[in-house]
Every structure is written in structure tokens, then in C-alpha cells.
Ligand binder design. Structure first.
Ligand code: FO1
Length: 313
């Protein structure tokens, strides 16, 4: 079993690459839930949904989130009715949120709901939250304390971040299936997601960091920065606001001693000062499916995991 920790768009891209070069039935993706919130009465789990849509081939290539072939009649009508439309919910995407909200209301766990949705969407890799309990990223900024989506979408990441907290993490119970998968994995991959808002909410769940430290499986992280810049999103801006050097080395140091391997772009790899992990220089920008597969092969090769010679279906 390969276990991948993923949040956001970069994580979903590498997850797709992994699903094509390794048996997708032997891939378990631990999804960030720190971005989750209740909006318009609906239970929204953006990073789970980005994984579901990406692995189902339904992702919206232009937006990076939500579904392709989307229509926006509900949003247009809600606007006319004076409802909140800053968080864009397409008509088809709304159906997923309705289904999830109803299943959660009926008492099903987030893990069970996510598993049912991924099966209905024909997604083979398993997708699980680190915990069924709520973990919510909150950012202390120069515009006050903000919930994640208020910061990320409503205020477009403009506020300067002073500190990041994960409400609920301290009492969140880790999913036994996740802890077991990490303990028995052939390899654990930390995807090129924002370490602070996509990976840390996962590591903040009690037991997760310890499981990564204890597993005999190689832990391979992929840098989300290329040449000191984030491919997408506020990673670089956030790092400078947090007083960190905006370098791949700072990302590697953030994961501290959890890593066995750190995959970074050649230029960044060359500049990496001494870090505990073994550095693997490789192109980390993923545009095409071939890019995603190539990076996935490099990640698994670093971990010593055999990959499919032909690319998966
Ligand atoms: N991101 C935006 O920048 N604007 C949006 O209106 C928006 C809507 C949205 C709806 C559903 C969903 O699953 C994700 C959505 N996102 C939107 C992206 C979301 O904020 C991010 O995917 C994560 O929370 C950060 O990776």
C-alpha cells in the first residue's frame, strides 16, 4: 500500500500520477480536511472533492477546483435572491455537497461518506480524512482571525498571516485505518501541497506525526516550491509572512526528521543545504498527465517501490 498525504491542487495532481504508475487499489490518499466548512448549510470538503474529481477525471481544468462541464444556474439565482455567492458552487458540484450533507446528517462518518462518494464516482484509490472529527484551519492575520475559506477565497489570500492554528486537532481521533496504513505502507508520500495549510492539518491530528516517525516505510516529500516560488496558491507569500526563507530547504526543514527523501527541482536541490533527508533532483512542475506520471515514478523509485512498466489505464 502506498499512502499519500494530500491537500489542494498540487497534491491531487501527484495522486493522479501515482494512481497511473502503481496499482490504484494499493493507493490510499489521506486528504486534508482543514479547509472544510459549513457554507449555505452544506458540508463542504474542498480537498477531498479536488481529489475525487481529479481521480475521476471530472476536475475543472481551468479553475483547478470543482467540476468540469459545470453550469451556474443555482449561483446566478442565489445572487438574484441576495444570497452569499463569493464561494462559487456549480450546479453539479452542489449535488455532491447535498449528498454529503445528507449522509453526514443521517449519522454516517466523513470517512464512510467519502468512501461512498468515491465508489459512486468510479475512483479506485481510497480517500480518507486523517480523522472523522472536525479539524479547521484558522489563520491569525493582520485583518484578524479568519476561517480558512474566508482567508483563501473571500479575501483572496491578501491578509498577512501571522500564525496558523487547527481548531479541533488536539481532540481529533486519528482513523485507525490511516494509522495502520502508514505503519504497514511500502512508502509514504507527502505530496507537493502547501505544508502549512494542507499537510500540517493532517500532521496535527494526534498520532499522525508519530505514525510517520515510526513507520519502517520510506517517507518521501515533494517540494511545493520551484525556484522559491509556489506553482499556485499562497505558499511563498505565507512563508515570507511567517518569517521563513522561501526555499525548498525551509520546506524540508519544516518536515524536520520525518523525511527519508526530499524531491526538489534541480536548481533547488543544488541549493539545498545539508538536510537529514536524501535529496532527489527532479522536475516537479506537473502540467500534463505525463508530467504527473513521471514525477510519481521518481517518487516511488526513490522509495524503492517497483512501478508499473506500462502506465495504468
Ligand atoms: N476557490 C476559489 O478561489 N474560489 C471559489 O469560489 C471556490 C469555490 C470552491 C467550491 C468547491 C470546492 O471544492 C472548492 C472551491 N474553491 C474555490 C477552492 C478551495 O477554496 C480550495 O480548493 C481549497 O480549499 C484550497 O486548496
Amino acid at each position: 500500500m502506498i499512502v499519500a498525504l494530500s491537500g489542494g491542487i498540487g497534491g491531487a495532481k501527484l495522486a493522479l500520477g501515482l494512481a497511473h504508475v502503481h496499482d490504484p487499489a494499493e493507493l490510499l490518499i489521506v486528504a486534508n480536511t482543514g479547509d472544510d466548512f459549513t457554507h449555505l448549510g452544506l458540508a463542504i470538503s474542498p480537498d477531498i472533492d479536488t481529489l475525487l474529481y481529479t481521480l475521476a477525471g471530472l476536475d475543472n481544468p481551468d479553475l483547478g477546483w470543482g467540476r468540469r462541464d459545470e453550469t451556474w444556474a443555482a449561483m446566478e439565482t442565489l445572487e438574484a435572491l441576495g444570497g452569499e455567492t463569493w464561494f462559487r458552487l456549480g450546479d453539479r458540484d452542489l449535488a455532491l455537497h447535498l449528498a454529503r450533507t445528507e449522509m453526514l446528517r443521517a449519522g454516517h462518518t466523513l470517512a464512510a461518506v467519502t468512501d461512498r462518494l468515491r465508489r459512486r464516482l468510479g475512483v479506485t484509490p481510497r480517500i480518507l480524512p486523517a480523522s472523522d472529527d472536525p479539524v479547521r484551519t484558522r489563520l491569525d492575520t493582520d485583518q484578524g482571525e479568519l476561517d480558512f475559506q474566508e482567508y483563501f477565497v473571500h479575501r483572496r489570500c491578501v491578509p498577512a498571516v501571522r500564525a496558523i492554528a487547527f481548531a479541533g486537532a488536539a481532540t481529533a481521533r486519528p482513523l485507525p485505518a490511516v494509522i495502520d496504513a502508514i505503519a504497514t505502507a511500502e512508502a509514504v508520500v507527502i505530496c507537493p501541497s502547501n505544508p502549512f495549510i494542507s499537510i500540517d492539518p493532517i500532521l496535527a491530528v494526534p498520532g499522525l506525526r508519530a505514525a510517520l516517525a515510526a513507520t519502517p516505510a520510506p517517507v518521501v516529500a515533494v517540494s511545493p516550491l520551484i525556484g522559491g516560488r509556489a506553482v499556485k496558491g499562497p505558499t511563498a507569500k505565507m512563508m515570507s509572512e511567517l518569517g521563513l526563507p522561501v526555499t525548498a530547504g525551509a520546506v524540508a526543514a519544516h518536515y524536520a526528521d520525518l523525511l527519508d527523501f526530499f524531491v526538489a527541482d534541480p536548481d533547488d536541490a543544488a541549493a539545498l543545504a545539508e538536510i537529514d533527508a536524501s535529496v532527489v533532483a527532479a522536475p516537479t512542475l506537473m502540467r500534463s498527465l505525463a508530467d504527473k506520471q513521471a514525477l510519481a515514478r521518481i517518487v516511488l523509485a526513490a522509495a524503492g517501490v517497483p512501478v508499473l512498466s506500462r502506465t495504468g489505464g
